[in-house]
Design a protein around this ligand. Structure first.
Ligand code: C5P
Length: 224
């Protein structure tokens, strides 16, 4: 049986995670936060003082991860090998480590089956960078969610402030710009919209408005 799959790709801070959760909740689908997978690998590598270009060790570390993403209306949990891991993934240092480990093709391959295993009945909503292009090329509905870098930096700033982290707006903006360039220009699985993706700019929209757009697209595809 094929499982319906919705992919939401785009740069950091475009609102993918929130919108993915709202749609998954409505449809009763499973959720995949693929950025969290790269963040966990970046964090785990940093914790055991692995170099972020030690590809062989990163691959064996990748093969030891088992993840799931239970969620409710307010938040998504990240369960690693059966235990919940919290806010430690949402720091600038971890985001930067994630985007560094993510450039290595063998690491991306190692994380592919972990991501594909999340596609279970009754369906999956996943967010990331390459879900519509590489991980789930046959997805039923593909979205590319974008927003201006200034709007994305402001959203990230508010998110980090809420989790009591002291950060400067200018530092977030600079980090986002560096990560954007790395994600968009890497040789393997660069951040680009799939040919058949619906591109939505969320700069002037709330998450609820974007979710409403997606609901219409789901209905048109017979997914809702
Ligand atoms: O989405 P999030 O900001 O949590 O992702 C962290 C980093 O993980 C991204 O900057 C990107 O380099 C990497 N990533 C990726 N492919 C994905 C999801 C995330 O390369 N599907």
């Amino acid at each position: 049986m094929t499982v319906p799959i919705i992919t939401i790709d785009g740069p950091s801070g475009a609102g993918k995670g929130t919108v993915a959760r709202l749609i998954a909740l409505e449809l009763g689908f499973h959720l995949l936060d693929s950025g969290a997978i790269y963040r966990i690998l970046g964090l785990a590598a940093t914790n055991v003082e692995l170099k972020l270009d030690d590809v062989d060790s990163l691959v064996s570390l990748s093969n030891s991860l088992e993840l799931s993403f239970p969620y409710d209306a307010e938040s998504t949990q990240i369960m690693l090998n059966g235990a919940s891991i919290g806010d430690q993934l949402r720091t600038q240092a971890v985001a930067d480590a994630a985007s560094q480990v993510a450039v290595h093709p063998p690491v991306r391959d190692a994380l592919m089956s972990l991501q594909r295993r999340q596609a279970r009945a009754p369906g999956l909503v996943g967010d990331g960078r390459d879900l519509g292009t590489i991980v789930f090329p046959d997805a039923d509905l593909k979205i590319f969610l974008d927003a201006s870098v200034e709007v994305r930096a402001e959203r990230r700033y508010l998110e980090l402030i809420q989790s009591s982290q002291t950060v400067e707006r200018s530092v977030i903006l600079r980090d986002l710009e560096i990560r954007d360039v790395r994600d968009r220009t890497r040789k393997v699985a660069p951040l680009v919209p799939a040919n058949d993706a619906h591109v939505i700019d969320s700069s002037d929209k709330t998450a609820a408005q974007v979710a409403a757009d997606l609901r219409d697209l789901c209905q048109a595809k017979g997914l809702a």
